[in-house]
Design a protein around this ligand. Sequence first.
Ligand SMILES: Cc1ncc(COP(=O)(O)O)c(C=O)c1O
Length: 397
Amino acid sequence: MNLDIYKNLNRGIESTYINLNPIQRGGVLTAEARKAALEFADGYSVCDFCFESRVDLVQNPPVRNLTADIAEFLNMDDVRFTAGCRHAKWAAMHMVTEPGETLVLDSLAHYTSYLAAEANQLKVVEVPHSGYPEFIIDPEGYAEKFEEVERNTGSLPAMALLTHVDYRYGNVADAAAVGKICKEYGVPFLLNTAYSSGIMPIDGKKLGVDFLCASGHKSWAASSPMGILATTFEWNQQVFDKSTIRGDWSGRGFTKKEVALFGCSPVFGVPVMTLMASFPSVVERVKHWDEEVENARYLATQLERIEGFHQMGVKPTEHTLVAFESLPLFEAAAKTKKRGYFLYHELKKRKIIGIQPGMSKSFKLNTFGLSRKQIEYVADAFIEIARKYKIPVEDET
Ligand SMILES: Cc1ncc(COP(=O)(O)O)c(C=O)c1O
């Protein structure tokens, strides 16, 4: 065992770098959260004044207020903290469906949606997307699949899941339309907001959502693992059902503990306290979503000046996560020593990180939270790299 490797842990990047990593932009901590992380770094530090056997009920620090405020912020009725968005999805499915039933989900869903279904022994039926280059999910596809499932199994699906913003192209799906269809058919609707709530405004009631799952470390400026499961009064008793088990010898019971949350929320300490400390900034930042999208569109327009660069997904982009195909970079890579890794190295030399090492044929990035000046710097860096490798660049119009 070499214990030295655990010493002097270092991420290998400097804080001065511009990080474009699609999964990291919305999870960058605020200054307040960094302070809270240190203050509450000890294991059970949130539990000094736990009088009601559950983290979500703790009043000092004000976790109880935070759950209520997040419910209001999302326009949902009840909220619990989970170990990531994936756990929130698993928990909703676990408490609402039965093994052998069917989940209808979009074909751009994250793997954790499929695995949550698998862990709950659900069959999955996918709503197709429109394919290259836009990859749009048509809400009507949900109605078609509901009817198909009913024809094939004799009953409607137990749940429908929509990925509000997919992780591949950053398309913003029409959640309100899917919510309406789910209501018409009476199918419970789970919305995965891993890439939307916390960075853009979300109104769960308007979207007709029954279960809203969110990722604190992806989009709420919180440390991982942090997830949120929000639901309505119609479902909260069932989803947050309490324990009824009793020890046959001891007679012990745990009647305040919630089954799908493993009793008390499985996250406390740093994840909850960073979420709390960032929450005022999160409430504020979603008001500026339009400016964020404008910045992403600006970058997409600049990068498309490079020959062979095309933004994929819906155009102009409606999100800050943007995917590009970039065949000329791939061809240039073949002539370099570093092969596909050359783009990563060229960007790193210019203090830009976050494009997956090895990618050159296509790549994705996220501009959320970057200033216009930083984005202009990124655009110039790509154009400089293109010119260096003799890839033509259109003049600015
Ligand atoms: C669309 C989507 N949903 C869910 C997740 C998983 O979120 P978490 O890490 O909070 O479980 C991801 C992670 O990349 C994602 O892209």
